[in-house]
Design a protein around this ligand. Structure first.
Ligand SMILES: [Zn+2]
Length: 407
């Protein structure tokens, strides 16, 4: 694996993202990429911006139920939902795009000149400049009481449409770029690896490298892989490795089914994201994934989608039994022991409902930085809960520390 170039300055990258036309990709034979090109039709445009845009205002609003919780003392929360795009990758794409299968898109004359690229000729992906920026991010973290962020790719950057070898290469490059950020700010960021789920044995390999060599703390996966859900046993090599390494897997919604019906009013992110997390978890639970891999630890985002609210419905469907052909041996709520949740539900009373449903030991803070549907003051929602300080501390940092194996 060729080491990623780290010598491009952030200013250069941000200039490229913000207003300088990106030239045609430079092809280099240095980069090892083989295999035939694969259609990217599955890398649908719905996967491109599953988070909505970055926040323009300082912070998300305080919820009606939130008490006055002006933070005193140093930031101490651990954020388990935090996105980043390594600036070095833009340079790599510009230089070696053809070989990578990830090509920069030349700006049209008079059109939007911000940096964009395509995965093997698929729809253009334009990473928001805030994804690659660091200084403002650190300020937002400090103001939001976040000491450390578990940091990973946005689902638009997973590259599942790449062929297996290019997918592996892309994930390794991404992870190396993320490691550069961690090296510069070791107390503020921990790495959550991108893995090529389009090829589960390679995903296992990339995960192992990220954990053992890059010292990452887990992996992020999308809620489906080019439309395929995790009831398929073809993903078993990845789950086996995750179990063996005893690492947290964070599942983020992306590439939403029916996205074309949710184009209006922001419904794709409001309804579509929690829906696909719920659907994906349903495939996992009912198919018996957690029976086959009893040590698996899975973190669900956006409060676990609709699952905590509809856990009884999931159970009832299992109880009906006949005709369902459900391989799982236990009712869905029994599998809570495998599941963890972020607190991206905005309202203190909803966070309280979540912790009562799933248990305080299973809830962690998130910001979904830098997206506008994130909650950059989510730590205050934990501080405002009507529970003991020990329980608040569990949600704020202790659960994440344990699961991410942080010192
Ligand atoms: Zn997110």
């Amino acid at each position: 694996m060729k080491a990623i170039r780290a010598n491009i300055s952030r200013r250069d990258f941000l200039r490229g993202l913000g207003g300088t036309a990106v030239g045609t990709a430079i092809i280099s034979s240095e980069v090892l990429v083989a295999g035939c090109a694969q259609s990217l039709s599955k890398q649908s445009s719905s996967a491109q911006n599953t988070e909505s845009g970055p926040q323009s205002a300082s912070f998300a609003q305080t919820s009606p139920g939130q008490k006055d919780t002006i933070r005193k003392g140093p930031a101490r929360a651990i954020d388990v939902h935090h996105h980043y795009f390594p600036p070095e990758l833009a340079e790599e794409i510009k230089r070696h795009g053809k070989a990578l299968g990830v090509e920069a898109v030349a700006a049209k004359e008079g059109g939007d000149a911000s940096f964009s690229f395509t995965f093997a000729g698929g729809p253009p992906r334009r990473p928001e400049p805030a994804l690659a920026e660091v200084e403002k991010r650190l300020k937002v973290m400090e103001e939001g009481g976040i000491l450390t962020a578990a940091t990973y790719a946005a689902t638009g950057d997973v590259g599942y449409g790449l062929d297996a070898e290019r997918g592996e290469n892309w994930c390794n490059l991404f992870n190396e770029g993320l490691q550069n950020l961690i090296k510069q700010h070791p107390k503020r960021f921990v790495g959550v690896a991108l893995v090529p789920m389009q090829d589960p044995p390679r995903a296992a390999k990339v995960l192992e490298r990220a954990i053992r060599d890059l010292k990452f703390s887990g992996a992020v996966i999308a809620s489906n892989v080019n439309g395929k859900y995790y009831d398929s046993k073809e993903f078993d090599p990845f789950w086996k490795k995750a179990e063996e390494l005893d690492v947290l897997i964070i599942m983020h919604p992306g590439d939403l089914p029916g996205a074309e019906r949710m184009r209006s009013y922001g419904l794709r992110v409001v309804c579509g994201n929690p829906f696909d997390s719920t659907l994906s978890l349903g495939f996992m639970i009912y198919s018996g994934l957690f029976d086959r891999f009893p040590k698996l630890k899975l973190c669900l985002l956006h409060g676990g989608g609709f699952f905590p609210f509809h856990m009884g419905r999931f159970d009832q469907n299992f109880n009906i039994g006949a005709g369902r052909e459900i391989p799982a041996v236990s009712r869905p709520s029994k599998y809570l022991q495998h599941l963890y949740f972020d607190n991206l539900v905005y309202r203190v009373e909803t966070v309280d409902y979540l912790r009562r449903m799933v248990g305080t030991a299973r809830v962690m803070v998130e910001t979904d930085y830098p997206y506008e549907l994130g909650d950059w003051k989510a730590a205050e929602k934990a501080e405002a809960l009507d529970c003991s300080q020990a329980e608040k501390d569990a949600i704020l940092f202790a659960n994440a520390k344990r699961l991410l194996k942080l010192p």
